[in-house]
Design a protein around this ligand. Structure first.
Ligand code: ADP
Length: 251
């Protein structure tokens, strides 16, 4: 199976700093997955990682955010590379934009590169090219990009590792009686049109961008699993086919 794993900033950042411990746990999970599956990682976190290196740049203006993303991307990839090397796994970096998927030539070229990397057991690490797509840097998240990666690069499943353990019938941070939905096969139009509700300074997406990603994949006959990135045994349970997994399967 070709699995795309997307990890949100809120999972990678702890106390305003890129958490080496969380990256370590994520890489342990990914290398385990890599034993039996092809793995593509889509990682956020560049802006926040940049902020830990150059705190004088704020994350308030677009120009500063672009600069932070450019600085932080090098920090992020270095940490991943170091961790993956402990498992003798090589990584590759691809910076893409959603426009790349509007161009047949671009997406086919990228797919060829991805296929070659995966055939050679190299883990591609993808992030949005934040310097060229400013609107996405401000509004979006990697949620939709990771859905495009799944669709256009032949993924079978997208796993989104978030700060929340699934999709609830209402916002669980506002309603204590919110219930997690185990399987979702259709998302009402009004849910897709909600305001973004990120739960964190560096988060930009909130649940809506995840729902849009799920909607896109389901319309293309693909699956998405949303679960927590803080306790990776839940994602592992799902991959292992356990029925009492914790998370939401969109299919
Ligand atoms: P990430 O950084 O992991 O991408 P976000 O903070 O952007 O995560 O999005 C997840 C957040 O969306 C949750 O922590 C929660 O505050 C909010 N949210 C709003 N409505 C819902 C809902 N119905 N189910 C789950 N989360 C919701």
């Amino acid at each position: 199976m070709r699995v795309v794993v997307k990890v949100g900033s809120s999972v990678l950042i702890d106390n305003d700093k890129l958490s080496v411990e969380r990256i370590g746990k994520l890489v342990d999970f990914l290398q385990d997955l890599h034993q039996n599956h092809e793995v593509i990682l889509v990682s956020s976190g560049a802006v926040a990682a940049g902020h830990t290196v150059v705190p004088t740049l704020s994350n308030k203006t677009t120009a500063d955010k672009q600069a932070l993303a450019a600085v932080g991307q090098t920090v992020l990839i270095r940490k991943y590379r170091k961790k993956f090397e402990e498992h003798n796994i090589h990584v590759a970096q691809l910076l893409l934009t959603k426009d790349d998927f509007q161009s047949f030539a671009h997406s086919e070229n990228a797919k060829t590169a991805i296929n070659t990397l995966l055939e050679n057991k190299i883990v591609p690490i993808i992030n949005e090219n934040d310097c060229v797509v400013v609107d996405e840097l401000l509004r979006g998240d990697n949620d939709f990009l990771s859905a495009q990666v799944t669709e256009y690069f032949g993924g079978d499943l997208l796993i989104i590792l978030s700060d929340i353990d699934g999709y609830y019938d209402k916002n669980p941070r506002e309603f204590s009686d919110a219930k997690i939905l185990k399987v979702v096969s259709e998302i009402p139009k009004e849910e897709l049109e909600q305001e973004n509700t990120p739960n964190f300074e560096f988060a930009t997406g909130g649940i809506v961008t995840k729902l849009k990603a799920a909607d896109f994949l389901m319309k293309n006959g693909k699956k998405m699993f949303l679960t927590t990135g803080f306790e990776l045994s839940h994602a592992k349970d799902f991959i292992d086919g356990q029925e009492n997994y914790k998370g939401t399967l969109f299919c």
